[in-house]
Design a protein around this ligand. Structure first.
Ligand code: C5P
Length: 227
């Protein structure tokens, strides 16, 4: 089969985006990081002062959702896909801890989800995509050709994210990263509207004891068996 839709869902910091990027490249498909969209909406809410003291002005955000334009464009120097918010490259900014702390409450808002899901469905309508997120196999593309659900223990995920921050020269305590991972797990899987859960027909891969390369190999095996 050609031009498949491959959905990769799972908890935060499982390496979903990194593996999806590599898998898309191997297949000559487009990778879409759906989490980047929720992060861009969160950044927008900060820019407009719709978030104050960790409280979101939900009606105001909803009223201005149609002013948010999110695009992915290839960066000419690094060849990587970067996230653009209203024409500005925000790839780095959306990964900041300040955004990670507010993104799950923002993602709980049904109007925000509807907005992002519509965009994701539009970007993936022609197939040949690998999309990673929380609800791709359940809500965005319930008929996706291949569904993978990635898990790993929260301790291991926090450690990975912590090392990533360290490599970027960001001094954030492991406990703070661990707390954020656990909090996002909880909110993402308990929200009322389109919670994070494994689709019935998704194949689960636990990568607690696998590195990125090994995870890619395992997922590629599954993908190839279904192509
Ligand atoms: O994938 P990433 O960790 O960057 O996603 C950030 C947050 O965006 C998640 O913790 C979750 O709250 C939200 N998200 C979501 N649905 C998706 C992708 C991300 O709710 N499909």
């Amino acid at each position: 089969k050609e031009n498949l839709i491959i959905a990769i869902d799972g908890f935060s910091s499982t390496g979903k985006s990194s593996m999806s990027k590599i898998i898309a490249k191997k297949l000559n498909y487009t990778h879409i990081d759906s989490g980047a969209m929720y992060r861009a909406v969160t950044l927008y809410a900060f820019q407009q002062n719709y978030i104050e003291n960790q409280t979101i002005n939900i009606p105001l955000l909803i009223a201005h959702l149609n002013e948010i334009k999110i695009e992915f464009k290839q960066d000419s120097s690094s060849q990587k896909n970067h996230t653009y918010l209203n024409g500005v490259d925000v790839e780095q900014e959306i990964r900041a801890m300040q955004i990670s702390k507010m993104v799950s409450p923002i993602s709980e808002i049904p109007a925000v989800r509807d907005y992002c899901v519509a965009l994701q469905q539009k970007m993936g309508e022609n197939g040949a995509i690998v999309m990673d997120g929380r609800d791709i196999g359940t809500t965005v593309f319930p008929n996706a050709d291949i569904k993978i659900f990635i898990t790993a223990s929260p301790e291991i995920r926090a450690k990975r994210r912590f090392l990533e921050y360290q490599q970027q020269g960001k001094e954030i305590a492991l406990e703070e990263v661990f707390a954020n991972v656990k909090e996002r797990d909880y909110i993402d899987s308990h929200r009322e509207y389109s919670p994070l859960r494994k689709a019935d027909d998704a194949i689960e891969v636990d990568n607690s004891n696998l590195n990125l390369e090994e995870t890619v190999d395992k997922v590629m095996e599954i993908v190839q068996s279904k192509m």
